[in-house]
Design a protein around this ligand. Structure first.
Ligand code: CP
Length: 315
């Protein structure tokens, strides 16, 4: 099945065939980044705007690199240097950017639903680069890609997602994607950091790290999202780290060929030890490399299609 979406706002409801189509398309783009001259003319004449209302290292850089490797023109806008600082609403910003006829807008925003609002106001494709605690679909796609590259499949794998699930858009997008592709997902963390509806995703809950990672094929560690926590969800960072920080002893309980993922940025010594983060099971930097291929694939699938001027917005 080809990719039928006009936007990528989340992985919720995205059919498995379309997820796999993105992963297969990304596979075909990997080789471009391994060349001496890392550029193809695929998106020549197209314009991509990166609109970031939150900080980012990996996502923003890899979207910019992906667009440039496809020969698109890219513009980066940060909230701190935009007219958002003067009180302009997101809807007005969207209309003004759309008037310059971009082909894709990549948005990161602290509010859940901001990419959907943008998509309803513009004729370009919109890609969600992370909205509040809602979704981070391109991160989940690169995680799925990384798992499939290493394991050869996703269906039937035991995948432990560990940490601050409640505030994690990465976890939510991964839950949707992993479920669609038939993985067995475990959510591991203190009860206060697991969402009330976690079991409705078909996941198994664990409040003990050692039990949660025992026999796992993949361990996906999450950062404690202190910027999204309005209350105290655990007594101290030291206690959290003692109970849920991933060290070599816990890794030894997983399958012998376990892989360790982390979306970054990492809090070394809090949710993951340096020994594990830099150790032989870690694919954390492979995730970053694969992020470029996934974002090239998405820009190719969405920006190449052309704007929907004259059609109903957001359709
Ligand atoms: N994984 C991720 O979204 O990282 P950045 O915040 O650096 O983009």
């Amino acid at each position: 099945m080809p990719f039928t979406q006009k936007h990528l706002l989340g992985l919720e409801g995205l059919p498995a065939e379309e997820i796999l189509y993105v992963l297969d398309t990304a596979r075909s783009f990997v080789e471009i980044s391994e060349r001496d001259i890392k550029k193809v003319p695929t998106l020549r004449g197209k314009t991509v705007i990166n609109l970031f209302y939150e900080n980012s290292t990996r996502t923003r850089t890899s979207f910019e690199i992906a667009a440039k490797r496809l020969s698109a023109d890219t513009i980066n806008i940060s909230a701190s240097t935009s007219s958002a600082q003067k009180g302009e609403t997101l809807a007005d910003t969207a209309r003004n950017l759309d008037a310059m006829r971009p082909d894709a807008i990549v948005i990161r925003h602290p509010s859940s639903g901001a990419p959907a609002l943008l998509a309803s106001a513009v004729s370009s494709a919109v890609i969600n680069a992370g909205d509040g605690a809602h979704e981070h679909p391109t991160q989940a796609l690169l995680d799925l890609f990384t798992i499939r590259e290493k394991k050869g499949r996703i269906e039937g794998l035991e995948i432990a997602i560990v940490g601050d699930i409640l505030h994690s858009r990465v976890a939510r997008s991964n839950l949707h994607g992993l479920r669609a592709l038939g993985a067995k997902v475990r959510l591991v963390g203190p009860p206060t950091l697991l969402p009330a509806d976690a079991e409705s995703f078909g996941a198994t809950l664990f409040h003990d790290l050692r039990k949660g990672v025992a026999g796992a094929d993949v361990i996906m560690m999450l950062r404690i999202q202190r910027e999204r926590q309005g209350a105290h969800f655990f007594p101290t960072i030291e206690e959290y780290s003692r109970l849920f920080g991933l060290g070599p002893e816990a890794v030894a309980l997983a399958k012998p060929d376990v892989i360790i993922l982390h979306p970054g940025p990492m809090n070394r010594g809090v949710e993951i030890s340096s020994e594990v983060a830099d150790g032989p099971y870690s694919l954390i930097l492979d995730q970053v490399t694969n992020g470029v291929a996934i974002r090239m694939a998405l820009l190719y699938l969405l920006a190449a299609r052309g704007r929907s001027d004259g059609e109903e917005r957001g359709a």
